[in-house]
Structure formats: C-alpha cells, structure tokens
Unconditional design. Structure first.
Length: 135
C-alpha cells in the first residue's frame, strides 16, 4: 500500500472515530432527559436500550447492506423511497450482524449474491424484495 493510501485510510478512520465520539456525546446529552430519549427511541420504533446500542455500533455499521442489495439486483434507493421503515429495520439487523467479516469478504469477491442466504439476517427480506422486483 502506498504512503498516500495509508494516510488517506488513516484520515478516514480518524474521521469516523470522531464522528462516532460526537454521536456518543449527543446520545449522552439526550439520555440526560430519559423521557425525551424514550420519545426519540419510540420515533425509531426502538427501545431506549436498543437505540443506545445502535448508536454505539458506529456510523458505518450497516454499510454492507446497499452492496448486498445491489448484488442481488435490488435498488436500495427505491426501497428507501417505497419502504422506509422496512429499510430501517434491515439496517438495524445489518448493524448488529455478527457475520460482518464474511459479508465483506463475499462483497469484495463478488460472491455475496451466491452466499448471503447462508448467514445474512436479512436474507428472507432480501429474497422477498428481489422476488417483488422481478415480478
């Protein structure tokens, strides 16, 4: 890896870390008023504990999902327009996934469309979206 690539990667990671720290600070400020935080969590159809855990996952916790959808022929932007709540639920599932490494490897290898059903918590939903897209 070239020195400029290393610097660029390092800058991106520091930027991501700073963003997550800012989000955690904002979360802590919101948690200072439990009723307000509970209302916010309710707006996302989540419990306060689940919202807290989701924010702690970081800003890129569901970055794999659009790649996964594209790989199987589902337009993530269209899903966001037509099924906003569904996509939010899918992002939540993705954010807490324990198979991130395998997913990223399959995405990088161009093999995610063949293997996602083996490990993806969103596999059934992706299958339904794909079927609806084809039908």
């Amino acid at each position: 890896m070239a020195a400029t690539d290393i610097v660029t990667t390092l800058k991106a990671r520091v930027s991501d870390w700073l963003l997550q720290r800012r989000q955690l600070r904002e979360l802590a400020e919101c948690e200072a008023d439990p009723a307000d935080f509970a209302r916010m969590a309710h707006e996302f159809s989540m419990t306060p504990d689940a919202l807290d855990a989701l924010v702690r996952q970081g800003p890129h916790s569901a970055d794999e999902l659009p790649h996964m959808l594209d790989a199987v022929g589902v337009n993530a932007n269209e899903v966001r327009r037509e099924h906003t709540a569904l996509l939010s639920d899918m992002e939540r599932v993705c954010a807490f996934c324990q198979e991130k490494r395998r997913c990223r490897q399959d995405i990088a290898a161009g093999a995610v469309a063949e293997h996602y059903r083996d490990y993806c918590g969103n596999a059934a939903t992706i299958g339904e979206l794909k079927a609806a897209n084809e039908g």
